[in-house]
Design a protein around this ligand. Sequence first.
Ligand code: ADP
Length: 450
Amino acid sequence: MVNPNPSAEFIERLFWLIKLRWIAAAGVLLTILLSSLGFKFFLPLLSLYTLAALLVICNLIYIILIKRFGSACRMLESAQADNDELFGAMNWIINIQISFDLFILIALIHFSGGIENPILFYSIFHMIIASILLSRKESFLQATFAAALFGIMVTLEYFGVLPHYCLKSFVAVDLHKNLTYIGGISFVFVTTLYIAVYMTTSISARLRQREKTLMEANVLLNEKDRSKSEYVLRVSHDIKEDLAAIQSCLEPVEGGITGELNPKQLDLIQRAVHRTTKLLFFVKALLEATRIKLSKEIKMEHFSFKDIVSEAVGQISLKAKEKNISITSFVEPSIGEVRGAKEYLRETIANLLANSVKYTPREGRIGINVTDKGNSMLIKIEDTGIGIPKDDLPSIFEEFYRASNAKEVERDGTGLGLSIAKQVIERHNGKIWVESKQGKGSTFYILLPK
Ligand code: ADP
């Protein structure tokens, strides 16, 4: 499958058609009103208003059908089942919609002057829509259907089987029996239909081909990115194992278990332990980021959100105390139990809080506030820290990105924490963003579905 979500795109196009039909219905009503009031055409108003009402009713029915189609698609997609049959059925419905729209247009034309009414050429819009939504063959069939409907209307009016409603103040003489006029208009009308379909289908075929090529390239890029991530995962896993082994060898030496060290030896060992710890921290973060990127699904469970907030606050409280930073936390009681990846969410909140502690000077303040927003909740983490420079704000959630002022305050940092947080939140269909003023503080927001 080339398109990652074809049903969503298809539904979007169907709603576009619905929107166009609302505009058409409004246009029809306005035209009937204006022409009956302003031009005094003496048209069969009841028939015209009935047709406009039919257009509105059909549109409402189509909306119901599209919504049902959308939920059926979502069900099949979540069950990873094939929904080709559903697409086939919907294609039929589009064909019927366009044919019926053409029928209503020709009926409107019949009740408002027949061949004398230039609105006839509005059927080109139907041809353009058909060419965008349907196959080339189906679009030509729609053009043939429009030409046939037009031909039937003109013939029946010509032989008097159908009455002719002349647009008297618009045309000087009654034209529906004038064979030269009928021949000329029919020729231009029919050729215009076919040329419009030919041109639009050619353009949309070219665009579809280009879109397909781009999507294929995108799939290829994603595959390459995935194999790169798999490589990073393997390498960082091996490095982590070795680093952990080095650390476990260095620690007893630093602690004097293997014999007393002279000050020079102790200094060197302490530096080695510090660097190893720092590297291990970085490799673990890299491993975590890559793991989330590669995991297709994350384990979801029900848990109390208030509990994970207190746990996350507990995780950083010691460091905050060392800097005399006050932490306040509030979770709206109505939030209660939520469903999500508990460990990941706790780590994300702990990470954001740890950043606040890291980038807030002594005696500062940090607050975490969780408010109920119905189906979702808003988590707000604010601090009175160094803030983020305006220029750095757009890149702050990118991997390895660190703002210039952060590097001055804290030399050690991976630049991975926020990118992991973003991935975790997006996996929950949530949103994360930040508002910050350099020197004043930062506020991180997370909108998370419950
Ligand atoms: P790290 O903190 O290890 O550098 P993160 O990915 O957690 O990496 O954060 C990325 C960058 O975002 C930080 O380097 C810093 O510039 C900025 N940042 C994150 N949180 C804060 C905060 N609370 N206050 C100021 N800057 C922050």
